[in-house]
Design a protein around this ligand. Structure first.
Ligand code: FPP
Length: 247
């Protein structure tokens, strides 16, 4: 089966989330921005835990974008420390719960301690079959497509593939997300209605849901409500609804 083809039924199995609003949450409380990110981690725990019960098999979280490197050194350093702490503190629990953790993005700019932990965590949880948890770290959709294009150009230059063999399926196989299905739904919190360079290729047919709730206030209840609403929508993938097709 082609994992990247439009599915022929409206099941929501892969949800991708742009966890926005941590900074505003903290500012509203007169707290430093990092406190918002700390509160955001608690929500990550709760949403991850709820996924299997809500029928979600893959959850992709936008944790740090290629653009986020432009933030202050203090915030970037604080976020990196938070990611390290999350991996150390969650490793055992995620493994026990059958969660397989994967990271996507360009990890060349991440510090070596974090990269080591990420590699260790991916190996530790590799046998998990309940939920694929994908964390996008130093990730940008355009950057991912550029890196994939470079890989294809290298394969052509080395004579491993002919230019005529390049098609959508081959490009999808060169992306960081190659082993994963495309997202069925992208949720963004905090009232912004943009994709902000997240899963640009993979979200081609995804349903989109936006909520004003800031990420640290995003509850499992609201997540379940969004899923219920979206599951009622009809996904057509460019085709005509079956009831309108004349036999
Ligand atoms: C966007 O809010 C959020 C981020 C840049 C960081 C997201 C990170 C977490 C939720 C922490 C942990 C994640 C994992 C996977 C352990 P913002 O800072 O842009 O908020 P603002 O738009 O209100 O300023």
């Amino acid at each position: 089966m082609n994992r990247h083809a439009a599915p022929d039924e409206g099941g929501i199995r892969h949800v991708a989330i742009i966890m926005d609003g941590n900074g505003r949450w903290a500012e509203q409380r007169g707290l430093p921005r990092l406190r918002g990110h700390h509160a955001g981690v608690e929500r990550v725990r709760q949403i991850v835990e709820a996924c299997p019960g809500l029928g979600i098999r893959t959850l992709t979280l936008y944790a740090f974008s290629t653009e986020n490197w432009r933030r202050s050194a203090e915030e970037v350093g604080g976020l990196m420390a938070l990611f390290r702490r999350y991996i150390r503190s969650e490793a055992a629990r995620l493994k026990d719960e059958g969660v397989r953790l994967r990271f996507i993005g360009d990890h060349g700019r991440l510090d070596s301690r974090l990269r080591q932990l990420m590699g260790w965590m991916e190996e530790e949880t590799a046998s998990g079959t309940v939920l694929d948890l994908v964390v996008a770290l130093s990730y940008g959709g355009r950057d991912e497509i550029v890196r994939a294009s470079r890989r294809m150009a290298e394969a052509v230059a080395a004579g491993r593939i002919a230019p005529a063999q390049i098609d959508a399926a081959l490009l999808a196989d060169m992306l960081d997300t190659a082993p994963l299905p495309d997202p069925d739904l992208v949720i963004r919190t905090s009232g912004e209605c943009r994709l902000s360079n997240f899963l640009l290729w993979q979200a081609a047919y995804a349903e989109l849901a936006f909520t004003d709730t800031l990420w640290p206030d995003f509850t499992v209840n609201e997540f379940a409500e969004i899923l219920a609403k979206v599951r009622c929508r009809e996904r057509r993938f460019g085709a005509v609804p079956a009831r309108l097709v004349r036999s």
